[in-house]
Design a protein around this ligand. Structure first.
Ligand code: FAD
Length: 318
């Protein structure tokens, strides 16, 4: 990923997509067909999530290997390190390497559901321990990404004092341990992301690390409210008013969603030097394709894509 980003021209932008492994074989087949279509959108890379505690390890590894080898997509495997054991991590890294995967998103993971208090296991307490472990055991074979939180990670805060500044020393630790790029938690408050970008740029250790904003398309009001709540993303009043006025009208929510996320992309592009945007696709394609078509800045990517690939057919989009 680091090399691919470095190879982009000064004004060139990129996009990337996150997918999760479906539970069933038919879901897996459907996703592959969708991935094939979405590769026409020209993502620089795609990422495959890892279920908490390694709960999806087989399926995540299968999907990541298929994307990397059969679909020819540069793939990042997410890997979490707590609430699991070293054997699972060793096996995941070994199989990722055997599958030709060169990129890992090194994460801590969340506490098991229903456990309010938890003790991380003794091998790995934080994501930095996984970054160090990968470097110790694989040197520079893997390019490593880590998570960043434009509104601050919720741990150790009561919500009211959630603050990105608090995570900075640990983000620096992750970068000094060998992380090459940062993908952020989803957000809808673009000013908070822009402030976060400036905050990172004010630290010598972080200013040159690629920061990739994470965006979740808005497909339904229910999914939007649930995802924002789970990720502790604040919603600016302008956005909540627009969406609330259209609750019950799914088509209106979808088109407002496209408008809202396209505006975020356009604002970030006009005010920062951010080069790429990562989409939490929820395994859906239509919303992402519509956002890209609606966003002026993404047109170069679309043009590049359509010059090399067959352009995506709206009617075929699920
Ligand atoms: P860390 O970097 O370890 O940070 C967690 C918290 O601990 C922060 O508040 C940090 O400031 C603090 N901290 C770190 N080090 C120390 C220290 N030494 N002392 C005290 N405090 C410290 N989860 C999944 O289960 N599967 C996935 O596939 C997945 N993908 C994700 C992708 C992205 C882009 C993002 C942003 C999150 C993803 N998550 C995933 C969720 C992630 O696992 C959680 O957000 C988790 O709570 C924190 O992970 P982290 O890697 O940021 O942890």
């Amino acid at each position: 990923i680091k090399q691919k980003i470095a190879a982009l021209g000064p004004d060139e932008k990129f996009i990337s997509f996150e997918f999760f492994p479906p539970k069933t074989d038919s879901g897996f087949r459907n996703l592959l067909a969708r991935l094939n279509r979405m590769s026409a959108l020209n993502p620089l890379f795609i990422t495959v999530t890892w279920g908490a505690g390694g709960s999806t390890s087989e399926k995540s590894l299968d999907l990541a290997a298929t994307c990397q080898n059969d679909l020819g997509l540069t793939t990042i495997l997410h890997l979490t390190c707590t609430n699991t054991n070293k054997e699972i991590i060793d096996e995941a890294l070994k199989r990722a390497k055997e599958s030709g995967i060169r990129n890992i998103l090194a994460l801590r993971g969340d506490p098991p559901r229903a456990e309010e208090y938890w003790t991380p296991n003794c091998d790995f307490n934080s994501a930095v321990d996984l970054v160090r472990y990968i470097k110790e055991n694989y040197g520079d074979y893997f390019c490593i990404g880590v998570a960043g939180y434009p509104e601050g990670h919720v741990d150790g805060s009561d919500g009211a004092d959630q603050n990105p500044q608090k995570d900075i020393p640990y983000l620096i630790e992750k970068v000094e341990a060998g992380a090459d790029f940062i993908i952020t938690q989803l957000f809808y408050d673009v000013d908070k992301f822009i402030a976060y970008d400036s905050l990172l740029k004010s630290y010598a250790q972080l200013k040159d690390v690629t920061l990739i904003p994470g965006l979740m398309p808005i497909t339904t009001y229910k999914v939007f409210t649930r995802a924002s709540k789970l990720s502790h993303a604040s919603i600016p009043k302008t956005i909540s008013r627009k969406l609330e006025a259209s609750v019950g009208n799914d088509d209106a929510i979808k088109s407002l969603g496209v408008e809202i996320v396209s505006d975020i992309i356009n604002t970030i592009t006009s005010k920062t030097s951010i080069k790429g945007f990562h989409f939490y696709t929820l395994n859906l394609e239509k919303a992402v394709a519509s956002i890209l078509k609606n966003s002026t800045v993404m047109q170069t990517i679309m043009e590049r894509a359509s010059s090399t690939e067959e352009s995506i057919n709206d009617d075929a989009i699920a």
